[in-house]
Design a binder for this molecule. Structure first.
Ligand code: PDD
Length: 291
C-alpha cells in the first residue's frame, strides 16, 4: 500500500479521504505539479515550485510552498523509492472544501493538499530508438494553459483521440499551429535550427522545455522560440516532445507520415543525451553536498 500525503499527514492511500465538497472535485478549482526524482534526487524542483507559486498567485490560493521540498523527499523515502532510477511526486492543491458556489467561498477555507509518489520508467532503448508516433488533434483547451490547473479534460480527450487511432501521443493544433502535446511540449528541427513554441497562454511552460532550451543553447545550437505551422510538419527534419516523464521523446511519424528520414534524428539524440547528462550532474552534485 503506498503512503500518500494529505493535509499535513502521511497515511496509507486507502485511508486518505477528501470531502465531496472539495472545489477540486466539483469545479476543477486547483493546481498540480509533477516533479521527477532520479535515485531519490529531485530534478528541477525549484523551477517546479516557482511555476506552482505563480499558479497559486493567479488562482489566489494562499499556500506557503516552503515545506514542499521536505514533504516530497519524505514521501519518496517512506515509499522506499530513494534508490529507484526514476520516480515522481504528484502534488495537487485545491481551494478546499466549501458549499458549491462559482465565486470563491466566503470566510476561511483551507486548501486541500494531496501528494503521492510512484515509479516510472524510460522506454527500453530499442523502443526509444524506433521513435514514437503522434496524431494531430484540435486544441480545445482554454487560453490560460500556462497555469497548470487540474482541468485536464481536453488533454485527456485529445490523448484518447490519438490512442483510438493507434498513435502514441497527440499534437494539439490551434489556428493552424502545432502548439504542444497533450502532456508534453513540442519541438521541431528545421535544417540547423531547433524550434519550439514561445511561452504564451497557449502552452504550459514546461520545466523540461526550459532545461532542453538551455542545453541546446549551451551546445551552440541555433534555437528559435516561434510557432510551428502544421504545414511545416511535412518538411521538418526532426520532431520531438519534452516533458517530465517523457524526457526527450523522438517522434518518427505524424498522422501516418514519416518525419524526416524516420527513426531518431541526430539533434533529438544529442539533446536527449545532454538532458540525461544534466540529470547525472544534478545527482552527483547532491551527493557531494550540492556545489
Ligand atoms: N505534464 N505540456 C503539457 C500540456 C503538460 O501537461 C506537461 C506536463 C508539459 C511538460 O511540462 P514539464 O516539462 O514541466 O513536465 C507540457 C505532466 C507531467 C502531467 O500532466 O503528468
Amino acid at each position: 500500500m503506498s503512503i500518500v500525503f494529505l493535509n499535513g499527514e502521511y497515511m496509507p492511500k486507502d485511508e486518505a479521504k477528501i470531502s465531496p465538497d472539495d472545489r477540486g472535485f466539483l469545479l476543477g478549482d486547483g493546481l498540480y505539479e509533477v516533479t521527477p526524482f532520479y535515485q531519490g534526487v529531485p530534478f528541477g524542483l525549484e523551477d517546479h515550485l516557482r511555476r506552482l507559486m505563480r499558479g497559486l498567485c493567479w488562482l489566489r490560493i494562499d499556500y506557503d510552498v516552503s515545506g514542499i521540498e521536505a514533504m516530497h523527499r519524505e514521501l519518496v523515502a517512506r515509499n522506499s523509492l530513494s534508490s529507484s532510477d526514476r520516480s515522481m511526486v504528484y502534488m495537487q492543491i485545491t481551494r478546499g472544501a466549501a458549499p458549491r458556489t462559482h465565486y470563491f467561498p466566503e470566510g476561511e477555507v483551507k486548501p486541500t493538499i494531496y501528494s503521492y509518489t510512484k515509479e516510472w520508467s524510460r522506454p527500453r532503448d530499442e523502443v526509444w530508438n524506433r521513435g514514437f508516433t503522434a496524431k494531430t488533434v484540435p486544441d480545445r483547451r482554454w487560453s490560460r494553459v500556462d497555469i497548470k490547473t487540474i482541468c485536464l479534460l481536453p488533454n485527456a480527450l485529445a490523448f484518447q483521440a490519438a490512442k483510438d487511432e493507434g498513435a502514441d501521443d497527440a499534437i494539439l493544433v490551434r489556428d493552424g499551429v502545432a502548439i504542444e502535446g497533450a502532456h508534453q511540449n513540442f519541438w521541431g528541427v528545421f535544417g540547423d535550427t531547433v524550434v519550439t513554441h514561445p511561452i504564451t497562454g497557449h502552452i504550459l511552460p514546461g520545466i523540461t522545455r526550459g532545461i532542453v532550451l538551455e542545453e541546446a543553447r549551451e551546445a551552440g545550437m541555433k534555437v528559435e522560440e516561434r510557432p510551428i505551422q502544421v504545414e511545416e510538419l511535412g518538411f521538418a527534419d526532426e520532431l520531438f516532445f519534452t516533458g517530465t516523464t517523457g524526457e526527450v521523446r523522438p517522434i518518427r511519424e505524424v498522422d501516418g507520415l514519416k518525419v524526416g528520414k524516420g527513426g531518431v534524428g541526430d539533434v533529438t539524440k544529442t539533446l536527449s543525451d545532454l538532458f540525461l547528462e544534466r540529470v547525472e550532474k544534478v545527482k552527483a552534485s547532491e551527493r557531494t553536498g550540492g556545489s
